[in-house]
Design a protein around this ligand. Structure first.
Ligand code: XMP
Length: 528
């Protein structure tokens, strides 16, 4: 369920561009709430959201091609300001009576049509979109990525900026407050792009830019109260930021109608369980059931070394434990989840076909139907960094809010091969030394995720006068913005040497340390 927003908002109609999410980011950074709806759902979203302005995204599709998507007519009938970006500009032009042709037909460049990458435009006329930013006669860098272009604009429009490859680089119909850019203002390669989008939402749409986490918190608390009524809510805590923030927000709304369940499956990081207990019971006074399920998880993982089998077992067993606990408290009407916006946005695919499953991610999917519960997902409109901001707003300490992500199946997928308590204990120690050194070096926040891996390989070493024959520990650290792609974090050799020495000296069972130098792709962040 999505909220019925009374807040001023912008509706972003998605035609399948790779960078549509960035439009939402930029608008929110300007202090205005925005939501993305696929073009096929845009009419419904329009009626639900009652937005104050509309942005039409780019697309891999081509307007002149038969069957390519169009914006619902209701948007043009609404009288609201509209900004069309790239395909959005073209589709708007075509739907309002202009003409769009494939780049190669116009031949204006004397070779194949379109422009890709950095380009410069010249401002030919002032308009509200450029207010306080770009003046007539100035040249500005923008990012283009288009094959087709508008060849005849619709009645009412005029050219306000032009470039060599796109004579209609920006068009405007100031009377109707319609604007179209052939370039992409949402990407960082258009240096003034964020300011142009801010101009659109503030100066064209007239929105104040007062969407803050404090306001979000207040709205959500009211919505949760309304949704839940006198019902009971159960929330599975993972120790991660998302489920924690969701739980604290829900608790603020409905108090002891919420029960949190934390399953200790024995695959947690060092002291993680104690930290969660302290945080929830002592700091927030939130009812917390901690289930000591280590023995049953270890028993189930005995003899299992296939990564997918491990994931499936852990996911299934998690649900079993959770169900048992829910039954003990007399059942619940609602299940709370820390689902985020990127998981919710329906991506529009023009290539068709399902995507390949690389790993089956562990979540509590399947639970709500099995237990006949409705979902409470108060973060489903937020991006990760917004969840962190909300966490701070709710008083979560920075140390907790800024924690690196940790996968549901925990250490099991960081121990290739067979998992048992002894190997988990070894890995926990090595991992905690590694993170301790990273924190001491002041690098923790610069890294998306850092962790140790325990390999099923034994090598020979020498300590003192004795031969050792112990396991290898792998270290991983990556930078990333969303976990979808990642770069290796380039530690100094001296830092890695220091960590290696400490691990080998302090952790019995490890006698060699290696650093993982694989980006994603081709590697994944986790090893399994
Ligand atoms: P991969 O290994 O697929 O990981 O590159 C991408 C991000 O997802 C996290 N991850 C998981 N998170 N359940 C989760 O909640 C899982 O099963 C799971 N597997 C991977 C991983 O830690 C990284 O941040």
């Amino acid at each position: 369920m999505q909220a019925n927003h009374t807040t001023d908002s912008i509706l972003i109609v998605d035609f399948g561009s790779q960078v549509t999410q960035l439009i939402a980011r930029r608008v929110r950074e300007a202090g205005v709430y925005s939501e993305i709806a696929p073009f096929s759902e845009a009419e419904k979203a329009f009626h639900r959201m009652k937005p104050k302005g509309i942005i039409l995204s780019g697309s891999p599709a081509s307007v002149p091609e038969e069957g390519s998507p169009r914006a619902p007519q209701v948007l043009f009938d609404s009288g609201l300001p509209i900004l069309g970006i790239c395909y959005g500009q073209q589709v708007m032009s075509e739907q309002l009576g202009g003409e769009v042709r494939p780049g190669h037909e116009t031949g204006a460049e004397g070779h194949r049509g379109g422009e890709f990458g950095r380009a410069f435009l010249t401002v030919t006329k002032a308009c509200a979109l450029f207010d306080g930013l770009w003046a007539e006669g100035e040249r500005h860098q923008v990012w283009m990525s288009h094959g087709d272009k508008v060849t005849q604009f619709a009645p009412g429009f005029e050219i306000v900026a032009t470039s060599d490859g796109a004579p209609f680089a920006v068009i405007a119909d100031e009377a109707r407050q319609y604007y179209g850019t052939q370039f992409h203002p949402e990407v960082v390669h258009t240096p003034d792009g964020a300011k142009l989008l801010a101009n659109f939402v503030h100066k064209v749409c007239g929105l104040a830019g007062d969407w803050t986490m404090a306001a979000y918190r207040e709205t959500k608390v009211a919505e949760i109260r309304e949704q839940v009524g006198t019902g009971k809510v159960i929330c599975g805590l993972s120790g991660g930021v998302d489920s924690s923030v969701a739980a604290i927000l829900i608790h603020e709304a409905i108090g002891d109608q919420l029960t949190c369940v934390f399953v200790d499956h024995g695959l947690l990081r060092l002291d993680e369980r104690e930290q969660v207990e302290r945080m929830f019971r002592d700091h927030y006074n939130i009812p917390l059931v901690v289930v000591d399920a280590e023995a049953r998880f270890m028993a189930g993982l005995d003899g299992v070394s296939d990564p997918e089998k491990k994931r499936k077992f852990i996911g299934g067993e998690f649900i079993n434990v959770f169900e048992e606990e829910a039954a003990k408290i007399g059942g619940a009407d609602f299940l709370a989840q820390g689902t985020l916006y990127p998981d919710v946005i329906e991506s529009v695919s023009f290539t068709g076909g399902p995507s390949v499953t690389i790993k089956s991610h562990h979540n509590v999917g399947g639970l709500p139907e099995r237990m006949n519960m409705q979902l409470v997902e108060p973060l489903r409109e937020l991006f990760k960094d917004e969840v962190r901001a909300l966490g701070r707003e709710l008083g979560l300490p920075d140390m907790f809010v800024g924690r690196h992500p940790f996968p549901g199946p925990g250490l099991a997928i960081r121990i290739p091969g067979e998992v048992n308590k002894e190997r988990c204990d070894i890995l926990r120690k090595a991992d905690s030394i590694y993170l301790d050194e990273i924190r001491k070096a002041g690098l923790y926040d610069a890294i998306w995720q850092a962790f140790a891996v325990l390999l099923p390989v034994k090598t020979v070493g020498v300590m003192g006068d004795s031969r050792t024959y112990d396991s290898v520990c792998g270290l991983r650290a990556v930078t990333s913005t969303d976990g979808m792609t990642a770069d290796v974090y380039p530690f100094d050799a001296s830092f890695l040497t220091g960590v290696s020495t400490r691990i080998v000296n302090e952790v019995q069972g490890i006698n060699r340390v290696v650093y993982d130098y694989t980006s994603k792709p081709p590697g994944t962040i986790e090893w399994e």
